[in-house]
Design a protein. Structure first.
Length: 546
């Protein structure tokens, strides 16, 4: 067991290095959701109130009108206190809990597969594969709520099996962890109940034992009490805004297509059956669901959004493919309820994410990742068993060859991530806002108006965060608005004005500092500073009419 602990320590160290190294510059900038979380944490730290002057929100933070889950924001408060309004302060919880997820994954597999003769090896391999996973590493290096929710979900599962195998008191802590995961990310508000139902079905006999019934009931009651704030929030229209915006069932085009086809077939009974909108929505959902199993997405291209994938490789390493094939066979061959539970988890993981219009989506399906690494671990153990029949020399050569492939693949991924990814995709990470706000802040006393472009989205939150604007100043000087979808925006903040049309007739006779994209700055203005994306394309041009 001592050797196991040493190996686990090395794996956790690797996981920490992969998640913390260069975190302030890769990703190259804080994108707007990260900045929003950072400012709300700062506001809670300084005043106890959020961005919208609401005291210690429990069920959600209004933020941009997208109603963010509260757990990440509260977890970030101490790190904002230590590191300030910086990328490190904002991203530290994600990197920390991403690293701890690797540790929890080891414990989960170790307790889940307690009757498997190779459980230590399976637990170590799962932890190792997760520690170097490009999917999980990338999501651990930015302030993603889903990354925190995945940690608490895995912790809840680990504590559940710890309770089943050792002392049932752990069940109470398991319930609390599931509740925290529930409050951490919107997707987990459906996934966690599904996985809890799966646990109840697979382990019914272990749960409903007379000696354990009091703890079970007490834990369930505690969980329901902790969920009361969310249940109250669920009754409000706000709770459905985000889902209504992104889900496929709000897609009116499917209804229109259904009506068109039925009309073209003269309202026949067969057309009403085949082209029924419910049937079409079902097929649409299944298409989105199976997007998550697309081999190109998994092994070659990854998520189309550069914030969730490096674009030049898949969410999983290509060398994991043979491990997954062998692992699936070994998992089925195991013929235990534990293997059935892993398969159920694998099937359930994309269920919620498949309701969204954007699929496959790496963040919304993050709870998927551990199942892949578990199956790959089964595959590796199966291959090790097969290789044990080879002569020692051939066996060593196979291990060396596999080690070289893994090492070269990881080195290539790391090189591409640090050397090329920031340059290619700095625009997608809203690079340039920090530099623009820092410069403008040093010049703001010279001008009557500072006109900031809305081209790149939500400039006000960057002015708040990088401009060190106090929450009190923000509350008393902002001019806010909401669009038809309920999304929140700020039109002005003191002398700062956030404009779609940068130059306006009302600027005449006033000293104005313009911060625009290169297409918005005419030659008649005096250019003071140009800020480029990392690929040397112009991001912001700062100019004045003086």
């Amino acid at each position: 067991m001592k050797k196991t602990y040493i190996l686990l320590f090395v794996i956790i160290l690797i996981a920490g290095v992969f998640r913390f190294w260069g975190i302030t510059t890769d990703p190259p900038s804080l994108y707007w959701d990260e900045v929003s979380q950072g400012f709300n944490s700062y506001s809670i730290l300084k005043t106890g109130y959020d961005e919208h002057n609401e005291f210690l929100p429990i069920a959600r933070f209004q933020a941009f009108g997208d109603y963010k889950a509260p757990v990440y924001i509260y977890l970030d408060v101490p790190f904002i206190a230590i590191f300030g309004e910086t990328p490190l302060g904002v991203r530290f919880p994600s990197a920390l809990f991403g690293t701890l997820t690797v540790l929890v994954a080891f414990g989960l597999v170790y307790e889940l597969l307690k009757d498997h003769k190779q459980r230590q090896t399976l637990a170590l391999l799962t932890a190792f594969f997760l520690s170097i996973s490009p999917w999980h590493v990338q999501l651990s290096r930015a302030a993603y709520e889903g990354n925190i929710a995945t940690f608490f979900t895995l912790l809840g599962l680990y504590l559940f099996f710890l309770a089943k195998n050792r002392h049932f008191f752990w069940f109470v802590l398991s319930g609390i962890s599931f509740v925290l995961g529930f409050y951490a990310f919107s997707v987990h508000r459906v996934f966690i109940p599904l996985i809890v139902i799966a646990l109840a079905l697979f382990y019914f006999k272990d749960l409903f034992v007379k000696k354990r019934l009091a703890i079970l009931i007490g834990g369930c009651i505690l969980g329901l009490v902790l969920l009361i704030p969310f249940m109250l929030y669920l009754r409000s229209p706000d709770s459905r805004l985000r889902f209504n915006e992104v889900n496929i069932f709000s897609d009116i085009s499917i209804v229109e297509q259904s009506n068109t086809w039925i009309k073209e077939e003269n309202n026949s009974l067969l057309s009403h059956i085949l082209h029924n909108r419910r049937v079409m929505f079902t097929f649409s959902y299944l298409n989105h669901y199976f997007d998550f199993f697309n081999p190109s997405y998994l092994f070659f291209t990854g998520d189309v959004n550069p914030r969730f994938s490096m674009q030049d490789s898949g969410e999983l390493y290509l060398w994991e493919l043979p491990l997954l094939i062998v692992g699936a066979y070994m998992l089925i061959k195991y013929k235990k309820r534990e293997s059935a539970f892993i398969i159920a988890w694998f099937i359930l993981a994309p269920v919620v994410a498949a309701t969204a219009r954007e699929t496959p989506h790496a963040l919304r399906s993050e709870t998927y990742i551990p199942t892949y690494e578990m199956i790959a671990a089964f595959g590796m153990c199966g291959i090790i068993t097969m290789l044990s029949k080879f002569k020692p020399l051939y066996r060593r050569l196979c291990y060396i060859a596999f080690g070289i492939i893994v090492l070269l693949t990881v080195i290539t991924a790391v090189h591409n991530y640090f050397a090329h990814f920031p340059i290619l995709y700095s625009r997608e990470w809203q690079y340039g806002y920090k530099e623009a706000v820092t410069y403008v802040k040093s010049q703001e006393n010279k001008y009557d108006i500072i006109a900031f472009t809305q081209t790149y989205g939500r400039p006000y939150i960057y002015v708040l965060f990088y401009g060190n604007v106090s929450p009190q100043t923000y509350w008393t000087t902002k001019n806010e608005t909401r669009d038809q979808f309920g999304l929140y925006n700020v039109l002005s903040l003191g002398k700062y004005q956030f404009r779609n049309t940068l130059i306006q007739p009302s600027d005449a006779g006033k000293r104005v500092l313009y911060v625009g994209d290169p297409t918005q700055i005419p030659s008649s203005l005096k250019i003071l500073k140009t800020i480029n994306f990392l690929n040397n394309e112009t991001a912001f041009v700062i100019a004045t009419n003086q």
